[in-house]
Design a protein around this ligand. Structure first.
Ligand SMILES: Nc1ncnc2c1ncn2[C@@H]1O[C@H](COP(=O)(O)OP(=O)(O)OP(=O)(O)O)[C@@H](O)[C@H]1O
Length: 283
């Protein structure tokens, strides 16, 4: 049984200028142990698709789908209580800005403890032990001391490790990582990606990686969904996508990779816009 299955997902926002369709007919499936990348440039509806799954969009959003199931169970019409039980426990998400995702007024230890309190029956002592264990797992040195830190006392990389520790604290079956390394230094990016992949393997989790970075896709994913202006352009295995992209937009994304440049100037996706604006949207 698939962990998550989405068919024909659309999200329309009510805006001052009228309805705006941010996601238009997206489909995908992830199974246990799968790593799916959702790739596309800024504004292509990657985050909105996942926030729709999590039920985290504002009331101005209208979400429709022919199918949206988690482990075979429909998640479109969950009550608030059912959603709280699912989110944070079975499905977790980490975001681009780790420092902004943590509450600056509380220690990171307090925040991880709150998460464990909400989703487990552990005693205070057991939660403290589990917090230390989680910090060790995500590679935070001197965990007992670091648990007493406020977010601003930690580096961006450490804050992202804290976010990962919180996200995996209740052993989710699906982790959604939304541009988890974009705000970090290049050297730290690689460490965080490796950490996510290690955790994914150890826990047999499904992992959805949202990114605009084809390098991250190549290093992490098994399958890839390519989105452009809210629409799904292509879905393929990662090797297939790099070797034989079918959609003009995917071809443009790949041609814009710095290592594929053959002139003095780096190409950009918009250099190829004529091709995929005409052909891509129809394929
Ligand atoms: N609450 C909202 N109201 C109206 N439009 C929104 C809202 N949230 C997002 N959008 C719009 O939906 C579109 C898709 O946004 P989304 O954040 O999913 O893009 P993305 O592909 O994840 O890009 P990025 O990497 O920049 O976040 C964008 O045009 C965005 O401006």
């Amino acid at each position: 049984m698939n962990v998550l299955e989405i068919e024909n997902l659309t999200v329309t926002f009510d805006t001052a200028d009228g309805p705006f369709k941010a996601v238009d007919g997206v489909n995908f499936k992830v199974d246990q142990n799968d790593i799916l990348a959702i790739v596309g440039e800024s504004g292509s509806g990657k985050s909105v698709s996942m926030l729709a799954v999590m039920g985290l969009l504002p009331k101005t959003a209208t979400i429709t789908a022919d199918k949206m199931t988690f482990e075979g169970k429909d998640i479109q019409n969950l009550s608030e209580r059912e959603r709280r039980e699912l989110i944070g426990k079975d499905i977790s998400m980490i975001f681009q800005e780790p420092i902004a995702s943590l509450n600056p007024c509380f220690t990171v230890g307090f925040q991880i403890d709150e998460m464990l309190k909400a989703h487990t029956n552990l005693s205070g002592r057991e939660r403290q032990a589990r917090s230390v264990e989680l910090f060790e797992l995500v590679g935070i040195p001197d965990p007992a001391k670091k648990l007493k830190s406020y977010p601003h006392q930690l580096s961006g990389g450490q804050c992202q490790r804290v976010m990962i520790a919180m996200a995996i604290s209740c052993s989710p079956k699906l982790l959604i990582a939304d541009e988890p390394t974009t705000a970090l230094d290049v050297t730290i990016q690689k460490q965080i990606l490796d950490l996510l992949l290690d955790i994914q393997r150890q826990n047999n989790m499904a992992l959805i990686m949202i990114t605009h970075d084809m390098g991250v896709v190549a290093e992490t994913a098994q399958r890839v969904v390519v989105q452009y202006k809210g629409r799904q352009m292509e879905e393929a295995g990662v090797l297939e996508l790099f070797e034989n992209p079918q959609n003009p937009y995917t071809k443009a994304l790949l041609s814009a990779l710095p290592e594929r440049a053959d002139g003095d100037r780096l190409p950009t996706v918009s250099d190829f816009a004529d091709t995929f604006e005409q052909e891509g949207a129809s394929s």
